[in-house]
Design a protein. Structure first.
Length: 455
């Protein structure tokens, strides 16, 4: 354990209460010696350094959830558990434990007091003798079983989207880091399902949040819970804001509906005591307006977003505004239920010469994914029918690669578009599934990479 000495130049300028003797610092495990007697002015006592020391003296690091499946824990009041019939593999029911309450089922009533103090996988009985097993809900189960106002992005799709973003973060270093933080924008918060998955992916980049236990007096006598006009809760809030300024990874999530945004915030805060909630900043409004306000507040024209996810009915309206704030090589993901909306994005990017290059378009669905070929082609008026026939003729070789087959179909498309038209060149959209297993998809995801603006 390393011992960190508070120099007289700092400690003598503060006036902490007598109970600040030693405390454990969550990251470095450093201990502070007892401070000198309180002799300083009110102004110094209100300084940010003083407030930080005062709050830290009342804070102990609490692991509110086990770090792994082998870390057993007892269910406590306020926990969220999943009740499932002992011999049933169906989803079950989410229950937030309150000692004085009960949950009614078709097999009787389960008292919450019977669950509190027990561990996951243990069995409890309803008042009719039915057996229920206690489970910790997984993130996937939580997303599927929580009340919803809108259709969520389901866990299998959310996991794929996060994987395609290829997010790689490291735990925060002890030294001063001057690199800009990883910032992700999710436009279209909805239910908050993808919000939770993205926040979990970036969670390791941020240091633990100090969580203060209930206030208690010292051996020297009771202390006032309000010090210099600020209550303990005020100090906790102010230092949560200070902690947010030191985050190394931030998820900005935005929805046009205040109702949906507020509901999604409750969903995010409800999973395992809000362990991923502090990584997320919730916003309400229009995407383009939010970007304009952020650029004005930051007083810079430099890009600040590492990735952008758009789940909007009209994403093409915002693509030009996203480009200036997205880092070069950052990913732009557009999710829509219709492939034609992805095609509109492809066409808008081409027409307006936006600095995006299409990487892939995939159809999301249960079990697997199917990649789509979505691009614009330019039919050539000089294309000869004979060359088209030659290109599209079957080769008899069943192992002919898919690129040759696509070129043949492109030729057929170009010939059909040119038939009966003048020699003016036009653009047409190719929009079809690539070779692969056909599945029923839940939506379409287009992925573009931000490229350097051509000079």
């Amino acid at each position: 354990m390393s011992r960190l000495i508070v120099t007289s130049g700092i400690a003598e300028k503060t006036s902490p209460p007598r109970r600040i003797c030693t405390f454990l610092l969550s990251q470095s495990h450093a201990t502070f010696p007892p401070p000198p007697p309180a002799t300083s002015s009110l102004e110094n006592a209100c300084s940010p350094l003083y407030k930080w020391l005062w709050l830290a003296s009342h804070v102990q690091r609490q692991d509110l959830w086990p770090l792994g499946p082998d870390a057993a824990h007892n269910c406590a009041e306020g926990d969220l558990v999943l009740l499932r019939e002992k011999k049933d593999t169906h989803d079950g029911r989410l229950v937030k434990l309150q000692a004085s309450k009960s949950t009614g089922t078709h097999l009787g009533v389960v008292q919450h007091a019977d669950i509190i103090g027990r561990q996951p996988r243990q069995i409890i009985q309803s008042n009719k003798g039915a057996s229920y097993r206690i489970h910790d809900p997984t993130l996937a189960e939580y997303v599927r079983l929580t009340p919803r106002l809108v259709t969520p992005i389901y866990p299998s799709d959310a996991n794929l989207i996060v994987s395609l973003f290829d997010i790689n973060v490291d735990r925060p270093s002890a030294g001063l880091n001057t690199d800009p933080p990883l910032e992700i924008l999710e436009a279209g918060t909805g239910h908050g399902a993808l919000t939770l998955h993205l926040s979990r992916a970036i969670h390791a980049a941020n240091s633990p949040i100090p969580r203060a236990p209930a206030y208690s007096g010292s051996e020297d006598g009771p202390e006032d819970a309000v010090y210099l006009g600020e209550s303990v809760s005020d100090l906790q809030y102010s230092y949560l804001e200070l902690w947010k300024q030191s985050r190394r990874a931030i998820l900005h999530t935005l929805d046009i509906s205040p109702k949906y945004s507020q509901h999604a915030k409750k969903i995010v805060e409800g999973f395992r005591h809000g362990m991923y909630a502090a990584n997320v900043d919730f916003h309400v409004g229009d995407v383009s307006d939010w970007i304009s306000k952020q650029r004005a507040a930051r007083r810079t024209q430099q890009p600040f977003l590492s990735h952008v996810f758009l789940d909007l009915p009209n994403p093409t309206h915002h693509l030009p505004n996203v480009a200036p704030v997205l880092h070069v090589n950052g990913l732009l993901a557009v999710f829509n239920p219709s492939i034609t909306q992805i095609a509109e994005c492809v066409e808008a990017i081409r027409e307006q010469k936006m600095p995006y290059v299409l990487e892939q378009v995939v159809e999301l669905g249960a079990g697997t994914i199917r990649e789509w070929d979505v691009r614009t082609v330019k039919p050539r008026a000089t294309l000869q029918k004979s060359s088209t026939e030659q290109t599209s003729a079957p080769s008899g070789n069943r192992s002919q690669d898919s690129e040759t087959e696509q070129a043949a179909r492109d030729g057929e498309l170009e010939a059909a578009l040119n038939k009966g038209k003048d020699e003016e060149e036009k653009w047409a959209m190719v929009c079809r599934p690539k070779a692969g297993q056909q599945v029923i998809g839940g939506g379409f995801l287009g992925l573009w990479r931000r490229m350097e603006q051509s000079s």
